[in-house]
Design a protein around this ligand. Structure first.
Ligand code: GLN
Length: 508
């Protein structure tokens, strides 16, 4: 039986599930402990845009009543979860970090939210994000940035910095993120947490406000690899409401995370994603992590993916093109904000639309809409969008070749540790370069995980290692991730997050 410490928020989700099952704690108590933690620390972290205390407690009480009545329950029933604000939640505000959706309350739940509710998981609230998931720092949120729990002057990664930080600051054991170019994995790397981008189509996108439909994928943000697998198992699987959803069972991720077996696993080190451009301490921790896996029976092979050099360029044509089309629906007629041009007495629909989009979208969103509209315009379409799609094919071919000799690929997740808030805000190119290692997976639709690989010696901040697997072979990520986590936890004498500064030392 899991002993419940004075502060149950420190348990892993798997331990919480055990404590709930044995009656050591109720879901109402567990949920309240997380809400109390949020009250104590979130003024400083700003990971939530909206906290639903009443809804979460009501859901917790309902699950406690079902348990008392001995109804069959999902293993995670009663374990609370936070959801990125890009997901439609019935009755709860959904802003995507944008002014244009301020005040919009969806009339329906995203499929994955339905699955969380059906599993009996109380939803604590909606997490902060870069506006429409565009960014690597959450500084593009219209509601102010999230702060990294390791150092409040630093970025928590993006776009899902809210989801990584609620987990890193023990405000939630589990959170949902979305990853279009790295927004689950890069925030995980810089906050010392675990993040998984499942295979494209592995988790339903129905009810997720689209950024770039051919790249977007929702997935788990957690503190341990097993917790990520447990959450993946809840949200994954076929959904007839999403035509790109894979019609197959969820890969055996929980079993792989529990077995944590890498004997005979061939790890391909991607030559193009190491060395130059990576902070020395990030590279050092990566090399050590790979060596630990070799001690546990893995083999290392070197692979080359030459087309990865063009991934960023292709991504920044494909993403803005799809985004410019997806964001056309925010026209002041259907959702959220509506602004009339003050100087016009009887404005036309078009004038209201223009004034609303001007007031409602932030600079990064406008930049990408302009870029995408340009790339799709007649005369330029073939040169830009068409060429980018061909590069995408070459990147998928590189992956296919690499997976002939390797079972998983590995690289550092992000080139640096968390940078200071404000450092890259005025330099879009510098911001875009954070995703150099994560973007290829989105372009090819393959799954990826980021796992903590230790603190960089030069600044004492978290680093992450990324594993990538062939499409639909997500369980390989969990095997490699869990084996590394076990080896590193032994070495450190506990989880990496245990060495993070306590945000509320007075114990709230
Ligand atoms: N940082 C990348 C971008 O700005 C990735 C975003 C994402 O994955 N949502 O597009």
């Amino acid at each position: 039986m899991t002993a419940v410490p004075t502060d149950p928020t420190r348990l892993t989700a798997a331990e919480m599930a055990d404590a709930l099952a044995t009656g050591a704690i109720s879901s109402a108590e567990l949920t309240q402990a997380h809400l109390d933690r949020t009250a104590a620390v979130d003024d400083a972290v700003h990971a939530y845009l909206h906290v639903d205390a009443d809804g979460a407690i009501a859901a917790a009480r309902a699950v406690d009543a079902r348990r008392a009545a001995r109804e069959p329950l999902h293993p995670l029933a009663g374990v609370p979860v936070a959801v990125k604000d890009v997901m439609a939640t019935k009755g709860l505000p959904t802003t995507c970090g944008s002014r244009i959706l301020e005040g919009w309350v969806p009339p329906y739940d995203a499929t994955l939210v339905t699955r969380l509710r059906e599993a009996g998981m109380p939803i604590l609230g909606k997490t902060n994000m870069d506006e429409f998931a565009m960014g690597s720092s959450t500084e593009h949120s219209a509601y102010g940035p999230t702060h990294n729990p390791w150092d409040l002057d630093r970025i928590p990664g993006g776009s899902g910095g809210g989801s990584s930080s609620v987990v890193a600051s023990y405000q939630a054991p589990l959170a949902i993120g979305t990853d279009t170019g790295g927004s689950i994995r890069q925030p995980a790397a810089v906050t010392g947490t675990v993040g998984v981008k499942p295979t494209y189509g592995g988790v339903s996108r129905y009810g997720l406000v689209a950024l770039a439909s051919s790249l977007d994928q929702a997935g788990p943000c957690t503190r341990t690899v097993l917790d990520a697998a447990l959450l993946h198992d809840v949200i994954g699987g076929h959904d007839p409401m999403d035509s790109t959803s894979i019609d197959a069972p969820v890969p055996p991720v929980v079993e792989a995370a529990r077995r944590a077996d890498v004997s005979g696993l061939r790890i391909g080190i991607v030559r193009e994603l190491t060395g130059e451009g990576f902070q020395p301490g990030v590279q050092q921790r990566f090399d050590e992590a790979v060596a630990l896996l070799v001690e546990r029976g893995a083999r290392v092979v070197e692979v080359s993916c030459p087309s990865f050099a063009y991934a960023l360029a292709a991504y920044y044509l494909i993403l803005p093109s799809e985004a410019s089309s997806n964001l056309a629906k925010f026209d002041a007629m259907r959702y959220g904000l509506r602004v009339g041009p003050p100087e016009v007495a009887h404005p036309s629909a078009e004038q209201v639309m223009a004034a609303t989009r001007d007031a409602g979208f932030g600079p990064e969103v406008k930049r990408r809409i302009i870029l995408g509209t340009y790339a799709l315009s007649s005369g330029y379409y073939d040169a830009y969008y068409g060429t980018a799609q061909k590069v995408r094919r070459l990147i998928a071919d590189d992956f296919a070749r690499a997976f002939e000799t390797a079972d998983v690929l590995a690289s550092p997740t992000a080139p640096t540790t968390a940078f200071r808030l404000g450092d890259k805000l005025d330099d879009p190119m510098a911001m875009y370069l954070n995703d150099i290692a994560t973007i290829p997976a989105n372009l090819a639709g393959v799954p990826g995980i980021s796992v903590p690989s230790g603190l960089a010696p030069e600044d004492g901040l978290p680093t992450g290692i990324q594993f990538l697997a062939p499409a639909t072979e997500d369980e390989r990520l969990y095997a490699a991730g869990a084996a590394l986590e076990a080896a590193l936890t032994d070495r450190w004498g506990g989880p990496l997050l245990a060495s993070a500064p306590d945000l509320a030392p007075q114990g709230a």
